[in-house]
Design a protein around this ligand. Structure first.
Ligand code: 13P
Length: 254
């Protein structure tokens, strides 16, 4: 059914010009499966986007980590979707838990952002995921369904959306979800899409996992039937990111 494996590297708020050049040079020298097998998207902070785009190998693409919810204008400190399009940045990450939790972005606001970014021609990595408290209360499915619903309510075309399931308790903690935990939520999400959007969208939308993904744990996660790739934080700043990209081979041979 052709869900191409997807690996995103979210650099978050990290890097100097020197470090950026070093990471890109490592990525450019890495041997990875072809673009037919894996789609790779690197997301540096806004200020480094043009530099990374200029230096990065042509088979990898770039993403912004956020954009404004509507047309640009008098919104000090924001970056608009139009600007990203103007700079030929194809992708944007929206709704990362760090923005939902620290900057209080609501489900509705995230849904509006996803819809606006898509309307401008950007492709979107839309992030969802429960906190530890919510998981322990048994409300994981409910929480991720509500987050997905707020996006689905505003989006009619899912072709340019990748859904990133990132349990908050696994982000930056070294406490990765087990392959079974990831598979369980991914499968629930696919069922949700099937029931609430369409069987076609459920079958074709990539659902990727994020949260303490490393070279050591990626293959087992990648082997899960509903895990279509990764959104990688800390390890995307290191040479092991190449090994994570290579985990796409697990799918190819499945
Ligand atoms: O938030 C993440 C990617 O968006 C995951 O971060 P870590 O890989 O550092 O846990």
């Amino acid at each position: 059914m052709g869900r191409k494996f997807f690996v995103g590297g979210n650099w978050k708020c990290n890097g100097t010009t020197e470090q950026v050049k070093n990471i890109v040079s490592t990525l450019n020298g890495g041997g990875v499966p072809s673009q037919d097998v894996v789609e790779v998207v690197i997301s540096p902070p806004f200020v480094f986007l043009p530099l990374v785009k200029d230096l990065l190998r042509p088979d990898f693409h770039v993403a912004a980590q956020n954009c404004w919810v509507k047309k640009g204008g008098a919104f000090t400190g924001e970056v608009s979707a139009e600007m990203l399009v103007n700079l030929c940045i194809p992708w944007v990450i929206i709704g990362h838990s760090e923005r939902r939790l620290i900057l209080k972005e609501s489900n509705e606001f995230v849904g509006d952002k996803v819809a606006y970014a898509l309307s401008q021609g950007l492709k979107v990595i839309a992030c969802i995921g429960e906190t530890l408290e919510q998981r322990e209360a048994g409300s994981t499915t409910e929480v991720v369904a509500a987050q997905t619903k707020a996006i689905a309510a505003k989006v009619s075309n899912w072709a340019d959306v990748v859904l990133a399931y990132e349990p908050v308790w696994a982000i930056g903690t070294g406490k990765v979800a087990t392959p079974a935990q990831a598979q369980e939520v991914h499968s629930e999400l696919r069922k949700w899409l099937q029931a609430n959007v369409s069987p076609e969208v459920a079958a074709s939308t990539r659902i990727i996992y994020g949260g303490s993904v490393t070279a050591a744990n990626c293959k087992e996660l990648a082997a899960q039937p509903d895990v279509d790739g990764f959104l990688v934080g800390g390890a995307s700043l290191k040479p092991e990111f190449i090994d994570i990209i290579k985990s796409a081979e697990v799918k190819k041979n499945a």
